[in-house]
Design a protein around this ligand. Structure first.
Ligand code: KG4
Ligand code: ZN
Length: 337
């Protein structure tokens, strides 16, 4: 089965064709990051307008790259939640129109489930059940992936996502949007031991995350330094921040895997591109004899191949939509039990 995936939840307009949920036939991404950079973050209305302009050429390109026409597509998968509502609406409306005119099934995909499915595109042996750790700009979640469409959240962030923490700290330090990748580069030059960051203590579910305290601490540290005319070493601060986030993600994921009896872990989401997170989790998995799957860097961030992959499995499970499909800004995982 060949699924056309469409993604427009934030600032990437993307379309892709994926065969049987596993093989990428084409993968086109039009990023707006350079335009939003001048405002220090995504401007929602601007994102919607750009999606509106980009969506048709991007879908056309995805079909052309796969050497296909719409007739050759077996289903149209689209991100319907969560994300910026105006941005999601462009993809959802476009996919509905395509599905209606072509008579092909319309398949709704939850963006976070899509991120997890990125691993299916590069790890042919990865099959549920396994433990997923999904870290992005909007989400940080450990989830049991019980089957392709059934998820059980083990822990999630109570406030900011890891990517939000990276980006806001990066902005305070003067790095351009999106800042996560700049923190990663700076961290490779820095000494993480040069700054002692506060350890966040939380009551209740030990697998939940909280990154807002760390974010506030670093933003305040930077602002205070500016007020007193002191220059912080940003390489060192970036290294300390990255190490702290990598440690939190790694420790909680490994502990959850041990408690729940999983030996396969799959990392995904935009922050899974972070070298500190990748290396620390990889080392910990090696020590524990766990198998770790990660997407290549090109499939960590937002793309439509992951949406088409999850769309394939949704379709097999009978998850399709009719013309009443709408965009939803905030939503728990579709298959949550
Ligand atoms: O998955 P994604 O593209 O969008 C959401 O679904 O949120 O994730 C974007 C997030 C941003 O916060 C971005 O700064 C972060 O992923 N990110 C990184 C790196 N590359 C992207 N964070 C840290 N290190 C990186 N190398
Ligand atoms: Zn994403």
């Amino acid at each position: 089965m060949r699924i056309l995936g469409i993604e427009s939840s934030c600032d990437e307009t993307a379309a892709a064709i994926v065969k049987d949920g596993r093989t990428v036939l084409s993968n086109v991404i039009a990023s707006q990051a350079d335009e939003h950079k001048q405002y220090g973050g995504v401007v929602p209305e601007l994102a919607s307008r750009r999606h509106c302009e980009n969506i048709l050429p991007v879908v056309r390109q995805a079909l052309a790259d796969a050497d296909m026409t719409l007739d050759d597509v077996d289903g149209i998968a689209v991100t319907y939640a969560p994300g910026l509502i105006g941005a999601l609406l462009v993809g959802v409306s476009f996919a509905k129109g395509l599905a209606m005119m072509s008579g092909k099934p319309l398949i709704p995909v939850h963006h976070t489930e899509g991120h997890a499915a990125a691993n299916y595109l590069v790890h042919p042996d990865l099959k549920p059940p396994y433990l997923g750790i999904i870290v992005s700009g909007g989400h940080t979640r450990i989830a049991e992936i019980l089957d392709y469409t059934t998820f059980r959240t083990v822990g999630k962030t109570r406030d900011d996502a890891a990517g939000e923490c990276f980006d806001k700290c990066a902005r305070a330090m003067g790095f351009p949007y999106p800042g996560g990748v700049h923190i990663d580069k700076a961290a490779q030059r820095g000494n993480p031991g040069a700054f002692k960051l506060p350890k966040i203590k939380m009551e209740g579910n030990p697998y939940d995350f909280s990154f807002s305290g760390l974010k506030t601490y670093i933003v305040n540290l930077q602002h205070h330094a500016e007020q007193v005319g002191e220059a912080l070493n940003h390489d060192d601060l970036a290294a300390a921040l990255q190490q702290d986030i990598a440690q939190t993600v790694t420790e909680k994921t490994i502990a959850a895997a041990m408690e729940l009896g999983y030996t396969t872990i799959a990392l995904s989401g935009g922050v899974s591109a972070n070298s500190g997170v990748r290396n620390m989790l990889e080392n910990a998995c090696r020590q524990h004899g766990f198998t770790l799957c990660m997407p290549p860097l090109a499939l960590c961030g937002d793309n439509a191949a992951m949406i088409a992959a999850q769309g394939y499995y949704n379709y097999l499970a009978g998850i399709t939509a009719d013309e009443s499909l709408n965009a939803v800004a905030s939503k728990e995982l579709r298959g949550e039990v």
